[in-house]
Design a protein around this ligand. Structure first.
Ligand SMILES: [Zn+2]
Length: 276
């Protein structure tokens, strides 16, 4: 399974509450020697014009040129420079998934980014950049976004509405908050069948922040999160729908606790290929 990674997508020196900008390198270090994993670096970042497809061009320019704060609330050049690579990682993971069935993008910080606003550690919406680029390249008919981060993907919805996009179906974990999670998991496979039948590709945000110990989340046990991932990957595998997944949120300290949860997702995705 390819992990679509270039060192440029990791921004060093970003010392805010969210560890996301530095997470890709730590994650890749942890998994690079795992059997079944291949780090794939032969790809290009998205262009400024690609970002313009889903964001206000003036907003894109101001952020990339350090005149406007990014989603972390700073104007660090290292963060700005990493952004075409984070969206590029997800887009290329999706393209690889179309050929190989599955791929990993070690990225976060997408779904709160709206057409012309940053929010909640998210600057540009790599999910939407990916969706629109895939459609423009005529590589897909329809896309399913499975957003199982703890939080609501307000930025994704904003862009879908503003651009009148009708080829994306969207499922959010945040719609389940406060409900019976065992019951949700029991019905999840059927819900996926119901919502995503016939999708050309699934983009899966396997957020670590729904974990019960997460300071910004806190509902699912480690086992429930594994089951969540297992059901998603099994569904994609059973139906032959390509799936590209990424890390999304996770805020436990130390960061090893977050990485451990992401590692569980790696294991579940590998099992979906090799065991099921
Ligand atoms: Zn989140």
């Amino acid at each position: 399974m390819k992990v679509v990674y270039r060192p440029e997508q990791t921004a060093l020196g970003n010392t805010g509450f969210s560890p996301s900008a530095g997470k890709p390198a730590l994650f890749v270090d942890l998994i690079k020697s795992k059997p079944g994993i291949e780090i794939f670096s032969d790809w290009e970042p998205v262009s400024r014009e690609d970002l313009y497809l889903v964001h206000d061009p003036a907003h894109v320019d101001a952020i990339l040129e350090g005149r406007k704060s990014n989603g972390f609330g700073n104007t660090l050049k290292t963060v700005a420079d990493s952004l075409p690579y984070t969206s590029g990682s997800f887009y290329n993971a999706a393209r690889i998934a179309l050929q190989e069935g599955i791929a990993i993008s070690p990225t976060s910080g997408f779904h709160h980014a709206s057409y012309d606003q940053v929010m909640g550690f998210c600057t540009f919406n790599g999910l939407m950049v990916t969706a629109v680029l895939l459609k423009r390249a005529k590589l897909i008919e329809s896309i399913g976004i499975i957003d199982f981060d703890e939080h609501w993907g307000n930025g994704t919805m904003d862009i879908i509405r503003r651009l009148n996009i009708d080829y994306i179906r969207h499922m959010a974990f945040s719609d389940q908050i406060g409900r019976n999670y065992d019951k949700w998991l029991k019905g999840l496979y059927a819900s996926l069948e119901n919502d995503f039948a016939g999708s050309s590709i699934l983009l899966y945000q396997a957020g670590a922040d729904p974990h019960i110990d997460d300071p910004l989340g806190g509902n699912l046990t480690t086992e429930q999160m594994r089951l969540r991932d297992r059901i998603v990957f099994r569904y994609a595998h059973d139906k032959g729908i390509p799936i590209a997944w990424n890390l999304a949120g996770g805020y436990q300290k130390p960061i090893e606790k977050v990485l451990e949860l992401h590692l569980n997702t790696v294991e579940e995705s590998l099992q979906s290929i090799y065991d099921l």
